[in-house]
Write a protein that binds this ligand. Structure first.
Ligand code: SF4
Length: 200
């Protein structure tokens, strides 16, 4: 099979995947939300995949671009650009594809069940994009990867470590680029060091 036929096949499978995800209503609390997935995630075949938590209500839930449109998205894009990484050469997604919100519509953390439900789509994205390096941003993404690989990892012990996964990929756990995390746990300059580390 030639590389171009393989790429066309991956693209077709990806279109099926995002149609299924957009129609998915598996998580009752998120049934009025629509999964953020599509060509805006980045190129199939990207060597690096960033996985964050979930679309934010003022960010990806509106812009339909993962990690884009709110303060977190601006932080992420600044970190990427400052580290010399280009958004059009990496694949960006979330552990949970729909915006988790409380009854008043505010962002809230995804539940373990929602992370588990959506891990099916994460697995399929990994299979189609086939990155050599997976960068998790925050605890939720690390939990999701842990579910897929049977891995018990935490940011406190695995932050910025190169973790060899069972399929040969390398996992690099980093902190989430939200303003709250950058104000309290990992400063802007420390986050920049982390992103520069990914590029090396
Ligand atoms: S979060 Fe994932 S599993 Fe849950 S409804 Fe959305 S697409 Fe489906």
């Amino acid at each position: 099979m030639t590389a171009s036929i393989e790429h066309d096949s991956a693209r077709i499978h990806f279109e099926h995947l995002f149609r299924e995800a957009i129609a998915c209503r598996l998580c009752p609390r998120l049934s009025k939300k629509c999964a953020v997935i599509g060509s805006n995630n980045g190129p199939l075949g990207a060597s690096v995949m960033f996985i964050a938590e979930a679309p934010g209500r003022y960010g990806a839930d509106r812009s339909r671009v993962p990690l884009h449109g709110d303060v977190t998205g601006r932080n992420f894009e600044w970190l990427l650009a400052s580290a010399g990484l280009s958004r059009d050469r990496v694949y960006v997604t979330n552990a949970v594809l729909c915006n988790p919100c409380d009854p008043r519509g505010r962002n809230s953390p995804p539940t373990r069940t929602e992370i588990h439900n959506c891990s099916v789509y994460l697995r399929r994205q990994l299979d189609l994009v086939s990155p050599g390096i997976i960068v998790t941003l925050g605890t939720v993404a690390l939990v999701a990867i842990g579910l897929l690989y049977g891995l018990r990892a935490s940011l406190s012990t695995h932050h910025r470590k190169l973790v060899q996964l069972s399929d040969g990929r390398i996992l690099i756990p980093l902190f989430h680029p939200s303003q709250r995390v950058m104000n309290t746990r990992r400063s802007r300059s420390e986050q920049l060091e982390d992103f520069q580390y990914v590029k090396l």
